[in-house]
Design a protein around this ligand. Structure first.
Ligand code: ZN
Length: 83
């Protein structure tokens, strides 16, 4: 599944699993709760960075702030439940 442009409301499950390849953070979230918090149209790519940042990932924070420089390490946030 290409989650590049997929909004949160189209996530195919009620439970959203999140994990990061680079900082080993992970979590499970209720889709309805997340939609209330960020809105149903939030893109899954941005959302996973926001989740990572909320969990304390500095790489995600830098990416969201636009401080990412090409070639530098990126947050490895992804959805283990999506494929
Ligand atoms: Zn991360």
């Amino acid at each position: 599944m290409n989650d590049g442009v997929v909004p949160l409301r189209q996530y195919p499950s009620r439970r959203i699993t999140f994990a990061c390849r680079t900082c080993t953070r992970s979590g499970r979230y209720d889709k309805a709760t997340l939609m209330k918090r960020v809105g149903p149209d939030e893109g899954l790519v941005v959302l996973r960075l926001k989740i990572a940042m909320a969990l304390g990932c500095k790489l995600a924070r830098a990416t969201l702030a636009g401080e990412h420089t090409p070639g530098a390490a990126q947050c490895g946030a992804y959805y283990p439940g999506l494929r």
